[in-house]
Each structure stands twice: as C-alpha cells, then as structure tokens.
Design a protein around this ligand. Structure first.
Ligand code: GAL
Length: 633
C-alpha cells in the first residue's frame, strides 16, 4: 500500500477565481486527496427541492483537473435553516428537555424519521449526480457523529422510537419489569407507552433503563448512517467513509463501521491533551505542543479495527485549534510526526484540516495549511516534506501485533451510568493499559469483543468489560496464550444485573469477587512487589494461584494456567511489571523505552516516534525532538 496525503477544502468559502490556484498549490505540495462538501447543504439546495450543483460541478472539475481525488461529503451534519420549517420536531433535545437551536451544526435528532428521510434524500441526489464522476473517489457520510454531545437526544421522536424499540426487545412490559428489576422503588410499568427516556428523574434512574436507552440511542446512529450508505451503494462503487472522533464513545462504532468500507478519524493531538485527557499538570506541560504520546496511536489501532483493516485520518491538526481551553502551537516537526505515526499504524491516507484558515465565523482562530491571506502556515512545509518522503518510500505493509486489547463501547456507557467511584472511566482504563503495553515497545491490536479471532496473539487484555458471554470466557481460556481479564470485567449481565454465580466466574479459575471498593486518589493500596492499586479494588475469595497481592495480603492478580483475573486498577509501575511478566511468559520481546519515545513496526520498517521536546537515543538510533525516523527490519 502506498499511503497518500490530502486536505479538507471548502470551495464555497472562497471566490471561484481562487479555486484553480488552490488546486494547483495542493497538487504541488504533494497532496492527493481533497475532501469537500460536508457542510455545504445551503448552497447545494438553497430552497427545498431547488438544487444548485453548477458550482459543485465546477469545483470538482477544477480539483480533478489538477490531479486531485475528491472525497465528497454528504452535508447532513448541517441541515439548512429551511429544514426546520419542514421538520419543526427535528431538533435534538438535551437532558434538561431543551431543544438545541439552529445556529451552529449537528442540531438534528437521530430518531426524527422526517429528518432521516431528508438526509437520505440529499445523499441519493448527490449519489445520482456524482456517483460515477471519475474525480469522486470516496464518500464521507455526515460529519463526526456524536460531536457536541448529540448522540443522545430526549426528543418526542426519540421517546416514541425508544418505546417501539423496547416493545421489540422485551415483548411484554412484565418481561421488561423483570429484566430491569422494576419492583425496586415501585417502578413497574403496565404498558410500553408509559416508559419515558431516563432524564429529569428525581434521583438516579434505574441503570438498566439508562443502559437500554444508550443502546437505543446508538442504534439510531447506526440506522441513520445505514440509510445514507444504502442510498449511496446503489449509485457508486467508491468507498464509503465516516470520520469518527477522539475519546468519543457515545455510539457503537463497530456497528456503524459494519455498513462502511473505511473508518477514518479526526486527530487533534494538542486539543485532546488540553481538553479530553485527565493527566497530571507535569504531563500536560511536557507534551503541551506535541499531544499525549499514546492518544493518537490508540485511536489509529482502534479505527483500524472499526474499518476492518482499512482506515484514514480524515482531519489532522495542522496548528493551533480554536476549541480547547488553551490552544498552543505544535512544535516544529509535529505536523510531520503525526502523519508518519498514522502511516506507521497503517493509515491509507492522512488529510490535514484545513487548506486555508477561514477569516470568518466560528473557526476563525483555527489554523490551516495556509493563513487567511494564503501565505504558508508552518504545517504546509511539513506536509510537503511528508509527501516527498512518501514518494521515496517502498510500499508499506501492516505489521503484526502479538498483543491485543478487547474494546467494547457498551462498557463505556455502563460505567458512565454507574461509575461507583468518581474516577472510574472506561476510556482512561483502556488508555492506561494501552500506554503500559506501548511503553514496552509493542505493536498492539484493538479488537471488538465478540467477533475477534484470538489465534496468533500471545497476550490478550480484557479490562473493564461490562458483560462477558460464556463464549468469550471460554475463548479467553482456550486461545493458547495469556489472557488478563479485569478489573471489573464481566461483573454485570446484559440487563445491568449482578450475575450469580458471582463474577468473574471464569472457567477453571476458582476466584469470586466477594466485595468491591472504589478508592479516592489518596488511598492507593501498595502491592508487595512494588507499585500500587488505586481507584478500584475487588476482594477475591477462592483457591486460585495468587500472582500479585497487596502489602496487606489481599490477592489482586490470580491465575489458572494462562487465564488471569486482575482485581484492581494498577498504577503504571505495577501494570508494567504485570505486562512485562506476561510478555516474558509468552516469549514476546519487549524493550525499555525512554519516556515519550514510541515504536511501531510495519512489515518492513521500525519507526521511532519521539514525542519529546528534546532528542532521544535508543537502540543506537537518535531521534530528533518532535521527530520520527525509521530503519529497515
Ligand atoms: C472537527 C470537525 C471539523 C472542524 C474541526 C476543528 O471536529 O469535523 O469540521 O470543526 O473539528 O478542529
């Protein structure tokens, strides 16, 4: 595979006289892809049913004539103002019951069938016009589902849809009452029409109710996306893509991805560190202009899996963004490093966001590859460097991973519904496990829970899984390598019930969680072998072999053969020891990486990726500050 670079472009933002020059300059920079159209509905269909595609025809022709391949977006994240007149009920409604107003984007509710039909209609109209256009070589459906907390909407349409969904799932109110335990606090229903979304309750709603609601809300995203995908499939052979986000788990991306050909995501490393990561002030200071060293890679590996091997970065941060609490500029080198890191993890394309900084509207403080006056912004030269380096590079084939993490979106919803400890966060748990593995220099795969084939892996981690089927438990027992399950994994049944026999109930492993504690940050339990458990600690009964225990003598890691249960949340030192021991037992080679340096192997190269603001040397290889180098294997 020969990865390619691209850029996001908004022809409707610029005078038409500028398009040809822009296109020529993109091509001269070495860019091959250009994504357009995803917010341009008000220009495609200025009044209902009256289309104006002349400008888009000319934009696509101009870009295509310069040798660029177009990713055409369906504009359904930004329905124009007139849509509200036709569908006054289409607005998403927040948890306080307030409709979200027109005036930015993503104001629609996924459950509103009137709007869903309109979205499918515009996708079909675009497919009819451009489905066979030789320049349109990929499609993006909508833009960043879930952005601005828009997955869950408490609208009337959602309420009605939820009732139908419940009726199908449970068949009778009695079955639902039983499954949810509604006898508790006299919450029993006599009819599905009595059931509301779980907002505005006096105290917390039943977690089973919330979980059903979260599943329903995710299913609505899947259905919304599938409607457009089906419409486009009939009209084009070009691949269908969606651009997912970082640390946003509100819907099941594996389910949405099943209807698409390629997964892509929008990578804003510096914004994420400032806005989305719960890290120490020292960490945030050290990586202020580089981003967290593991955040991007984790998403690369996750979305590779969502795309069944095919994935892109659709939007790559080029300079300061506008939306985080603080928006520093990247260190020189980072716009190159982020692209190469993506490529090393298997990206087919990396597109910078955006071509030229817009001098108007909401994102006027967001950098592009060009300044508003068309002067080069710092990232332009770095994009050009990557393009030139790629041109001289042999094809890149994916590397193999011997280690996998099982990843599950419903687990994120479950622990958000019932954190039990203020710091218990599924994403943070997965990121810490991922970081622990990655600081040992490993290639990692991230796999969906039920569909993954574990053969070929030496070590599989299953942290924080909400439910575990018997089939999954036996697969983890029988795959032939080391499995580390927990903490908290399999501690609930699908209806948010505590299963009996008590968890984790792993085959052949005599260990039962007899009591669970969540711990505040100052109350870590030190381990005999060093490091500590914090945040979450489960007390185990049983005769299983103990591998790790607290200084007080409480078992925290037990095993039967390769199958382990981890009964707490280890700090980085303890985690490192646990992971290193498992790797040693499986004969998986590890290395001691300096802070901020990461490795990734493709089939033919080892990449050394340095997130530090100073050079580092490892393995006899010196990597410049904010730099990336590679050597042949
Ligand atoms: C993404 C979005 C883009 C733009 C960008 C700014 O979330 O898809 O349209 O808003 O962020 O960083």
């Amino acid at each position: 595979m020969k990865p390619e670079l691209g850029v996001c472009y908004y022809p409707e933002h610029w005078p038409e006289t500028q398009w040809a020059e822009d296109a020529a300059r993109m091509a001269a920079t070495g860019l091959r892809w250009v994504r357009i159209g995803e917010f341009a509905w008000s220009r495609m269909e200025p009044t209902p049913g009256i289309f104006d595609f002349d400008w888009l025809d000319r934009a696509i022709d101009t870009l295509g004539a310069a040798g660029l391949k177009v990713v055409l977006g369906t504009p359904t994240a930004t329905p124009p103002r007139w849509m509200l007149e036709r569908h006054p009920e289409m607005l998403a409604v927040d948890a306080d019951g307030r409709p979200r107003k027109f005036g930015s984007r993503r104001h629609y509710c996924f459950s509103d069938l009137g709007y869903r039909a309109e979205a499918t209609r515009i996708a079909r109209v675009l497919g009819e016009r451009y489905g066979r256009n030789p320049h349109v070589q990929a499609w993006q459906i909508d833009n960043e589902y879930a952005c601005h907390e828009t997955t869950v909407s408490y609208s009337r349409a959602a309420r009605d849809g939820f009732r139908d969904w419940l009726a199908q799932r449970y068949q009778s109110p009695e079955a639902l009452n039983r499954a949810w335990g509604n006898i508790f606090w006299s919450m029993e229903y006599a009819d599905f029409s009595e059931i509301d979304p779980p907002n505005l309750t006096v105290t917390e709603p039943n977690p089973a109710h919330v979980m059903a609601w979260r599943r329903y809300s995710s299913d609505m995203v899947v259905a919304f996306n599938a409607a457009q995908a089906t419409a486009l499939r009939a009209l084009t052979d070009a691949p269908l893509i969606h651009n997912y986000m970082g640390a946003v788990l509100e819907f099941d991306h594996f389910d949405v991805g099943a209807d698409l050909d390629i997964a892509s995501w929008d990578s804003y490393p510096i914004g994420f560190l400032s806005d989305r990561l719960d890290e120490t002030p020292e960490h945030k200071r050290r990586f202020l202009r580089q981003g967290d060293p593991d955040m991007q890679a984790l998403h690369h590996d996750l979305y590779r899996s969502v795309g069944r091997g095919r994935w892109w970065v659709m939007e790559q941060q080029p300079g300061p963004v506008n939306w985080a609490p603080y928006n520093p500029a990247p260190l020189p080198g980072m716009a190159r490093l982020w692209a190469w890191e993506s490529i090393a993890h298997g990206a087919e394309a990396v597109c910078y966001f955006r071509w030229r900084q817009a001098p108007f509207a909401q994102e006027q403080m967001h950098a592009g590859l060009l300044r508003p006056d068309s002067g080069a912004a710092p990232a332009l030269a770095e994009a050009e460097t990557v393009a030139a380096e790629l041109a001289g590079m042999p094809d890149i084939a994916p590397g193999r991973a011997k280690v996998a993490i099982l990843f599950d979106y419903p687990s994120a919803w479950a622990w958000e519904t019932q954190p039990q400890g203020a710091d218990f966060d599924y994403f943070r748990l997965v990121l810490e496990v991922y970081r622990g593995l990655r600081t040992l220099g490993l290639n990692i795969d991230i796999l969906p829970v039920e569909t993954s084939d574990l053969s070929g892996y030496g070590l599989v981690l299953a942290p924080g899984l909400f439910t575990m089927s018997d089939a999954l438990k036996s697969r983890l027992q029988g795959f032939g390598g080391t499995a580390i399950v927990g903490p908290r994994s399999g501690t609930r049944g699908p209806e948010f019930d505590i299963p009996v026999p008590l968890p984790p109930a792993l085959p052949g492993l005599d260990a039962t969680i007899s009591l669970t504690e969540s711990l505040p940050p100052s109350a870590d339990e030190p381990l005999e072998a060093g490091g500590a458990i914090g945040c979450w600690l489960e007390r185990l009964e049983g005769t299983a072999e103990v591998v790790e225990r607290t200084v007080a003598g409480q078992p925290v890691l037990v095993r039967a053969g390769g199958l382990h249960y981890l009964a707490g949340w280890p700090d980085p030192d303890a985690l490192r020891r646990i992971l290193a021991r498992a790797c040693a037992e499986e004969g998986i080679e590890i290395t001691d990486l300096p802070d901020g340096l990461r490795l990734r192997e493709t089939a033919t190269q080892r990449f050394y990726i340095n997130y530090n603001p100073e050079p580092v040397t490892h393995d006899g290889v010196t990597v410049p500050a904010a730099g990336v180098v590679w050597k042949d294997l």
